[in-house]
Structures are given as structure tokens and as C-alpha cells.
Design a protein around this ligand. Structure first.
Ligand SMILES: [Zn+2]
Ligand SMILES: [Zn+2]
Ligand SMILES: [Zn+2]
Length: 145
């Protein structure tokens, strides 16, 4: 799910009939709440910059007037699951790294051998977690709320 930086116009500029330089919406890789960078005019006047059409950046679902831009509950859930999956995938990579390094040691002592077995077990547990998370994500996306 790509969440590029997006730019939207704000209410304060609209009300004063100015051209809004735009409100930036940034998503950090590990965040599911967007960070808003206020438009230039609102920053200068030190007022809250409110986007003209509050909505979910992913599914475009409209929010109430007093809300800001962001993710709706359904999209937030999906994003949380995606973040969780990618963290677990990183754990898998780390396991694979350690295992292959241990396998390269010569001679492989009894303790190294059992360490490898434990790590392989841990890796497959993590793989199961990923499968469950993926299934949850699919359910979440097909429910579409
Ligand atoms: Zn503005
Ligand atoms: Zn503004
Ligand atoms: Zn949404």
C-alpha cells in the first residue's frame, strides 16, 4: 500500500479567497496516523490549518467537517496489519541471517547445532504469525469498512 505525500487545499485560504499553497500529508513508514504540515499562510498566522474536504486518503471516504485528513478505521486497521507483517518479515530475515552465519562455522559443535534448531523453530513460528496476519488483512480488505 503506497502512501505518497499528498497536498490538499485548506479552508482558511478558501474563506479568504487566497490560493492555498497546500497542506502536506506525510506518512512515515511505521506510522498509520498522517503528519500534517500546515499551509504557509496558516503557519505564518499561527492558526490551525483545516483541509477543505476531510477524507480518508486511501479509500476516499468522506469525514465530518470538523475532522481532518487521515485514515478511516478500516484503512487504519489494514495499515496496522501491513506494518505488523513487514516487522515480522524483518524478523524472519534476521533469523535467516543468524542461521546461515551459524551454519558457516566449522566445526559445528553440539551447542551451535541446537541453537540452529531453536532458531529454525522460532523462524517457523514467526512465519505462522505472518500467515495469520495476512489472512486478517485479506478479511479486512474484503470487508471494506
Ligand atoms: Zn491554505
Ligand atoms: Zn492553511
Ligand atoms: Zn479508508
Amino acid at each position: 500500500m503506497e502512501l505518497p505525500e499528498k497536498i490538499y487545499a485548506c479552508i482558511n485560504c478558501k474563506n479568504t479567497k487566497r490560493k492555498c499553497e497546500g497542506v502536506k500529508v506525510n506518512f512515515d513508514d511505521n506510522e498509520y496516523e498522517p503528519k500534517l504540515t500546515y499551509c504557509k499562510m496558516c503557519l505564518e498566522k499561527k492558526v490551525e490549518c483545516i483541509i477543505t474536504t476531510p477524507h480518508c486518503v486511501l479509500c476516499k471516504k468522506k469525514f465530518g467537517k470538523n475532522e481532518t485528513i487521515g485514515l478511516c478505521l478500516g484503512c487504519k486497521m489494514s495499515r496496522m496489519l501491513e506494518i505488523s507483517i513487514s516487522r515480522h518479515e524483518q524478523t524472519i530475515l534476521a533469523f535467516e541471517n543468524i542461521i546461515s552465519r551459524l551454519e558457516q562455522t566449522t566445526p559445528i559443535s553440539e551447542s551451535i547445532h541446537s541453537a540452529i534448531l531453536i532458531l529454525r523453530d522460532e523462524k517457523s513460528v514467526t512465519e505462522q504469525v505472518i500467515r495469520k496476519l495476512r489472512q486478517q488483512l485479506i478479511n479486512q480488505l474484503t470487508r471494506g469498512d
